[in-house]
Design a protein around this ligand. Structure first.
Ligand code: F6P
Length: 472
């Protein structure tokens, strides 16, 4: 197998395999974020092809070498659905849903992480760089360093890192931190996430941390410094702007408004169907606004796209039932023959359709209870080339650190969420313009290219330092 100087390791490959066995680009946020970097560097990508029991040889796809890691049906259940999405996911999102701690899940997680580490070690060239992605693979940095001490290793954590009081629940809390400390640079979305991580290191290992550096004692008596720092992720802004400018996308936006009966205002929510996203809080606030007659179904429609996600995990099944019950009730109470209160879509859509929806929406509702970043907020802003539209943004989403001109909201405070939605619906055009221009400046300056460059620059500096010191 050919080798690559730069290798990304992520739970998923950036492709989906259709029923015909053909691969096509998959639409996920992580994929969109990393693909430009991969193309620039001629790299390799190690990941799972998304189907159980599928063993595939490495193959070329759109200028990248893709290296599939096979997962059995048991691996999917125990490592992906169990440990990743029923333990780490709820624990790292402030236990919104109770995390479950199962020893068999953990054992499989260790085993599968080793498989990813071995696959990466086999494809990366001597002295190369590996960039490991996200909470499914937290043990890979250490495993990889043991297999290949010549490498420079980065890790980016796409989801929140919780406060020590919560993190300390994890029965394997020391092993996970050790796994992460195998990286030279450990990136987080928010300054607060990096702070929570370094505090956990101090509490559990008593290592010295100064500025962003963690001083890790080595067996030979020397010290290795790993960097733990915030690198807020972003989107491919140009791609969204280009789509928003297309006449056919704008025509589709008009068609969407028309098909909803041309309401005066369209509110939009776009989420994976996940309990972290605050969809129930959003529906409650909107339902109460209708009930209080502060908004009228003839004038205002909420479009809620809830794309199917992790459908075999119990908490997600329950959430779907609750949301669909609530939507049915609100629509039953308030719909008229010509207008619906909530147009609920349990489907995923291609990017063109999403941009048309963003253009059609007067108000974007991001009410996450906890979210690493929330790229939807940035996609909406990037798409609003007319400098109109209002972003309502939860302070618990990472994007709130950068997007100060959004209408910030605490989604747990239903009263103030209602007031904020009403304010967004009635915001004068001039204020919309002032806010949206400022939001757009932020998003355009810090696009996904800037994100990956700043992370990879930090990694390159570590590599240069260790080469200068002769440690690598
Ligand atoms: O950012 C969190 C994350 O788990 C990503 O790793 C992933 O691309 C996305 O959410 C979708 O999740 P899943 O891969 O479980 O469908």
């Amino acid at each position: 197998m050919s080798t690559a100087e730069f290798v990304v390791v992520a739970n998923r490959l950036p492709v989906d395999r259709g029923a015909d066995g053909e691969f096509k680009h998959s639409p996920g946020g992580l994929v969109a974020a990393l693909e430009p970097v991969m193309k620039r560097t001629d790299g390799a990508w190690v990941g799972w092809a998304g189907q159980p029991d599928l063993t595939l040889d490495p193959f070329e796809f759109d200028g990248m070498l893709l290296v599939p890691v096979a997962l059995s049906a048991d691996d999917v259940e125990l490592y992906y659905e169990g440990m990743s999405n029923d333990t780490f996911w709820p624990l790292y999102h402030d236990v919104i849903s109770p995390p479950r701690y199962r020893r068999l899940w953990w054992e499989t997680y260790v085993e599968v992480n080793r498989r990813f580490a071995e696959a990466a070690a086999s494809v990366v060239s001597e002295g190369g760089t590996v960039w490991v992605q996200d909470y499914q693979l937290q043990l890979v940095p250490k495993m990889l360093r043991e297999l290949r001490p010549d490498l420079t290793i980065g890790y980016f954590h796409h989801i929140p890192f919780p406060a020590y009081g919560l993190y300390s629940q994890l029965p394997w809390r020391k092993q996970v931190l050790e796994g992460l400390m195998g990286a030279d640079v450990i990136g987080f979305q928010r300054v607060a996430d990096a702070g929570n991580f370094t505090r956990s290191i101090r509490r559990l290992f008593h290592y010295e941390t100064r500025a962003s550096g963690i001083r890790i004692p080595q067996e030979d008596g020397s010290t290795r410094v790993a960097l733990a720092k915030a690198f807020p992720i972003s989107i491919d802004v140009d791609a969204y702007v280009e789509l928003a400018r297309r006449p056919e996308v704008q025509a589709r936006a008009a068609e969407i408004r028309e098909s909803l009966g041309n309401p005066k205002r369209i509110l939009l929510g776009v989420d994976r169907l996940d309990y972290t996203k605050g969809i129930r809080h959003r529906l409650k606030a909107f339902g109460e606004l209708l009930h209080d007659e502060r908004v009228n179904v003839e004038d205002v429609t909420l479009v809620q796209v809830a794309s199917p996600s992790r459908e075999r995990v119990e908490a997600y099944m329950q959430l779907r039932d609750e949301i669909e019950l609530t939507v049915g009730r609100i629509n039953g109470d308030f719909d008229t023959m010509g207008h619906t209160a909530i147009r609920y879509l349990h489907q995923g859509y291609p990017r063109e359709e999403m941009v048309a929806l963003y253009l059609a929406a007067d108000v974007m509702l991001v009410t996450a209870l906890r979210d690493g970043m929330n790229l939807v907020a940035k996609e909406y802003v990037a798409s609003r080339i007319d400098n109109r539209g209002v972003l309502v943004l939860s302070e618990f989403a990472g994007a709130a650190d950068e997007l100060g001109m959004a209408l910030r909201v605490n989604p747990h405070d239903i009263g103030s969420l209602k007031d904020t939605i009403e304010r967004a619906i009635t915001m004068p055009g001039a204020e919309q313009g002032r806010r949206m221009r400022s939001l757009r400046r932020r998003v355009i300056e810090n696009d996904v290219d800037a994100w990956s460059r700043s992370f990879l620059d930090a990694l390159a500096r570590v590599r240069a330092d260790s080469r200068a010191q002769g440690t690598r």
